[in-house]
Design a protein around this ligand. Structure first.
Ligand code: NAD
Length: 358
């Protein structure tokens, strides 16, 4: 099969980590008999430098003409908050997510066996294993609700941020979570604050309706405060965790930290119809850009998610994940994951070692 992939190399370490990932994808093509066509898409600070805006006209259309989108990272001090919105990389990120209708953010948090020591939790907790998938609603809730700021006669300035969710928004993210659970260990933990919030009571009612439709998937409700505690006490209990936008923002960072380095974790953002977007969870790391120091693993594992979810090629996804685990088991480390006294290799070498393991 031939697949068309949009590449947003972006800023900082983006081009370096995307380069290594493209070579991994090509190696998978050689081994499994696929071909790939790449379409370079200009977005972020590099687009501002080249054409004056971070999100050039036609970007979404170009991405929509592809089967999937791979993004390195965008941003950097050069295009900071003193710049007009249309020149800032963050504006472009929000715009592409919106234009592709990406409402579901999937972040696996898995402790790679060779890096169990990087887990900040107790050894016996790490030994039970961590392999969960956070499914976060990405386009609704308090981040997109009406905001207000006004003077009051007696309390000074007062502000409000409105959290709103519709049944339709909850149902589509819930369904996504149950479908994902069917590809994994068949358990969904739905996180809410139904003891306080009306949006959470609607969330819970919709999730219960869906749970009845998926009798083969175990289901539980978890209050968000309890979830935050359980993630550090016993993260091995979770398979798929589904939650609304703000809870997911916070919990997915917590889940990332318990698995070690930011340089290891991939993500996917999906909608209905349009291509999904795959990217590492970290940013453009301007402090190490252009120095062959960045860990390419998070981006390479994002490509594994692309094979699994956009191309439905799970053997190819497994091959990438196994190659990463083998490279780590052989002792190869980039600086961000090297322990005391361990030698570190650069971005290119790590990419090469992973390809050698495919
Ligand atoms: P960051 O993730 O870029 O970096 C945080 C720290 O982690 C830095 O010390 C960096 O060197 C290190 N790091 C990150 N990725 C690494 C990797 N692959 N290998 C080794 N070390 C790595 O976060 P930040 O410093 O807060 O943000 C830098 C820029 O990235 C900002 O402009 C921010 O807006 C942007 N950003 C972009 C995205 C995105 O493109 N989706 C996400 C987050 C931040």
């Amino acid at each position: 099969m031939n697949y068309k992939i949009a590449l947003i190399r972006g800023d900082g370490i983006g081009p370096e980590i995307v380069n290594e990932t493209v070579k991994v994808i090509d190696k998978i093509g050689e081994r499994f008999g696929h071909t790939f066509e790449y379409v370079d898409v200009l977005l972020g600070g590099c687009a501002t430098d080249a054409v004056g805006v971070s999100y050039p006209d036609g970007t979404a259309e170009l991405c929509k003409s592809c089967d999937a989108v791979l993004l390195g990272a965008v941003g950097g001090p050069k295009w900071g908050s003193d710049k007009p919105a249309e020149q800032r990389p963050e504006t472009a990120l929000l715009a592409i997510r919106k234009d592709l209708g990406l409402y579901a953010n999937l972040r696996p948090a898995a402790l790679r066996p060779a890096l169990a020591d990087a887990c900040p939790l107790k050894r016996e907790t790490a030994e039970r294993g961590i392999d969960l998938l956070m499914v976060r609603e990405l386009t609704g809730g308090i981040y997109f609700g009406r905001r207000d700021r006004y003077e009051t006669p007696d309390r000074g300035v007062e502000c409000t941020d409105l959290m709103a969710y519709s049944e339709k928004e909850i149902e589509r993210i819930g369904r996504r979570a149950f479908e994902m659970a069917r590809l994994r260990r068949r358990k969904v933990s739905s996180v809410d604050k139904a003891n306080v919030l009306e949006t959470s009571r609607l969330w819970r009612a919709v999730m219960h309706r869906l749970a009845a439709e998926y009798p083969d998937v175990a289901y539980e409700d978890v209050l968000v405060d309890n979830c935050a505690m359980q993630l550090v006490r016993d993260p091995g209990q979770f398979d798929v965790v589904v939650t609304e936008n703000m809870f997911g923002d916070i919990l997915s960072d917590e889940a990332s930290m318990i698995t070690g380095s930011i340089g290891l974790l991939p993500s996917a953002s999906m909608g209905d119809g349009a291509p999904a977007l795959y990217e590492p969870i970290h940013g453009s790391a301007p402090d190490i850009a252009g120095q062959d120091k960045a860990n390419p693993i998070a981006t390479i594992l994002s490509a594994a998610m692309m094979f699994r979810y956009s191309f439905q090629l799970s053997a190819e996804a497994d091959a990438i994940e196994a190659a990463v685990d083998n490279a780590l088991a052989e002792g190869w480390r980039t600086a961000d994951i090297a322990g005391p006294g361990e030698a570190a290799v650069g971005t290119k070498k790590m990419g090469q070692v992973i390809r050698d393991n495919i």
